[in-house]
Design a protein around this ligand. Structure first.
Ligand SMILES: Cc1cc2nc3c(=O)[nH]c(=O)nc-3n(C[C@H](O)[C@H](O)[C@H](O)COP(=O)(O)OP(=O)(O)OC[C@H]3O[C@@H](n4cnc5c(N)ncnc54)[C@H](O)[C@@H]3O)c2cc1C
Length: 498
């Protein structure tokens, strides 16, 4: 009989998107090999596995959307398409020999900390597994949100969420409705509009949509990126500087560097240039300040509304019937196919983490966060949840490239695990003091952020949780990188228990 105090695995990671992959690589590099990643997808890549809708692509330059230690010299465009990101994930799995560490088609249902055995007991769709440590890499945008609209299930035609695109549905010649105008809708609308008979776009809140320098990278440039010393480094540096300037600097230091008003004026002008009908342009112009929610970047989204087969509907949806979307003005918009571009659960209790996680003394992380507001030490750990870490916890991500976050959080976690190994400790827990101090610092520093303008209340932004907090880290990427690697080790307790 196996000893129930001995875990099946030293480390279990939930998720095999780029966070899970990057963490696996970091752990293997540090000599941790007894690691298993569980993912409910059938392959690697997370959002790039699940999101296959027409036009899916990154919205930051590809040079910044990759690991610093594994630069891909042959991106086909400045903003790569989804299938290239999926290919990059597959490349990482093959190159770093990760397949043996990943179990696909496996949902994590719950995890609870067994204090007597000092390990996590995890329930999965494929049976139980235990681990000394759990790392949550389940992603911020992995749980599609269905809108709460009366009659949605009574719609007789095909319905699909953007993150679960059904390629068997032929949209050609159909009357299609798309509900939502967030980042995914911005990419889908220009792609499907030329194919469909009629496209009705149901908009609750307009999105700031800016042009982007999206172009194919010609063969000679790709050759230079690969072969000429320094070319890739310069491209990456320029791209990182652009990303840093357009989000962390403008968002977190808004009161000190109020640069968004210039961009907002340019954004308004751009809408007027792109959309011929002034009344339509007005409807597509946000009433909230640029930055209250993540803006989108696309070169033909706004123009698409000039097409005669595209209609913008801004009245609120009252219900959905067998064949129509009904709006408050009493109109029934008859449609054949319904596309839900309604985003993801982000800060909801069942999304962060994506399963019930019970720590010391029966404390449920989701409940604790609901009651005490979202908080985590450097976005990575919380007291009461020993041997548990997150890649993207509250106040960890500053909004720059997600890859910077993954490298930072995994460096933080590896530093803890490595120290525990050297101390022969098997229990790691952040101290109450370090946790409280960090949260107080976040609260103090957030005053300069862009999110506290009055008009942000009109943005319907997923940045805001139910407490009205924006759990983004008010810091530059370089500071986050430094602190992940140099936090005082006394911020954690390391003990031998089992
Ligand atoms: C369409 C789209 C475009 C994006 N574009 C950008 C961009 O341009 N720039 C940028 O910085 N960010 C972008 N993002 C944000 C994106 O979420 C991150 O960049 C990054 O890919 C997240 O990686 P991840 O591994 O943390 O999460 P994910 O990629 O979401 O991977 C998490 C994986 O864990 C699985 N999982 C979750 N919970 C469980 C569970 N309980 N059991 C088993 N498996 C589970 C999920 O199914 C998923 O496969 C985009 C997101 C989307 C949806």
């Amino acid at each position: 009989m196996t000893d129930p105090r001995i875990p099946d695995r030293e480390i279990v990671i939930v998720g095999a998107g780029f966070s899970g992959i990057g963490t696996l690589i970091a752990l293997k590099k540090a000599g941790f090999n007894d690691v298993l990643a569980l993912d409910d997808a059938s392959g690697p890549g997370g959002v790039w596995h699940w999101n296959t809708y027409p036009g899916v692509a990154v919205d930051i330059p590809s040079f910044s959307y990759q690991f610093s230690y594994e630069k891909r010299p042959n991106w086909s465009r400045t903003y790569a398409k989804g299938r290239e990101l999926k290919g990059y994930a597959q490349h990482l799995v093959a190159k770093y020999d990760l397949a043996q560490h990943i179990r696909y088609n496996t949902s994590v249902i719950s995890a609870h900390f067994d204090e007597t055995a000092n390990l996590w007991r995890i329930e999965t769709s494929a049976g139980p597994v235990s681990a000394r440590h759990v790392i949550h890499a389940g992603g911020p945008l992995s749980r599609p949100k269905r809108p709460d609209i009366e009659g949605l299930d009574s719609f007789a035609g095909p319905t699909m969420h953007t993150a679960r695109w059904d390629h068997r549905i032929d949209l050609r010649g159909k009357r299609v409705a798309i509900i939502g105008t967030g980042a995914s809708a911005v990419q889908i609308i220009p792609e499907i509009a030329p194919q469909v008979a009629k496209l009705t776009v149901f908009q609750r809140t307009p999105i700031w949509c800016m042009p982007k320098f999206d172009a194919p990278i010609p063969g000679p440039a790709r050759w230079a990126l690969k072969r000429v010393p320094g070319v890739e480094a310069v491209a990456s540096l320029a791209s990182d500087a652009f990303v840093e300037a357009t989000f962390p600097i403008l968002a977190h230091y808004h009161k000190l560097i109020p640069g968004t008003s210039v961009l907002e004026t340019a954004g308004r002008r751009y809408i007027k240039q792109q959309v011929k009908d002034p009344a339509l342009a007005e409807k597509l112009t946000p009433k909230y300040a640029l930055g209250c929610k993540r803006p989108s970047f696309h070169n033909s989204y706004l123009q698409t509304f000039n097409r005669s087969n595209v209609a913008l509907e801004t009245g609120s949806i009252t219900r959905i019937s067998e064949n129509a979307v009904h709006t408050a003005d009493g109109v029934a918009h008859e449609v054949d196919v319904l596309i839900l571009a309604t985003g993801f659960k982000v800060t909801e209790k069942d999304a962060i983490p994506t399963y019930d996680l019970t720590g010391r003394g029966g404390l449920v992380l989701g409940d604790w966060w609901e009651e005490n507001r979202l908080q985590a030490y450097q976005g990575v750990s919380s007291p009461g949840f020993p041997n548990f870490f997150t890649i993207m916890g509250p106040y960890g991500y500053n909004g720059s490239s997600f890859f910077a976050l993954i490298e930072n959080s995994s460096a933080h976690i590896v530093r803890c695990l490595d120290h525990a190994r050297r101390q022969n400790a098997d229990l790691i827990e952040v101290t109450e003091k370090a946790h409280v101090d960090y949260h107080a610092e976040m609260m103090r520093r957030r005053g300069n952020q862009i999110f506290w303008q009055e008009s942000c209340g009109l943005a319907n932004s997923y940045y805001f949780d139910k407490h009205g907090d924006v759990p983004l880290r008010p810091s530059l990427t370089i500071e986050a990188a430094w602190r992940s690697r140099h936090f005082p080790l006394k911020d954690y307790t390391f003990r031998k228990v089992a």
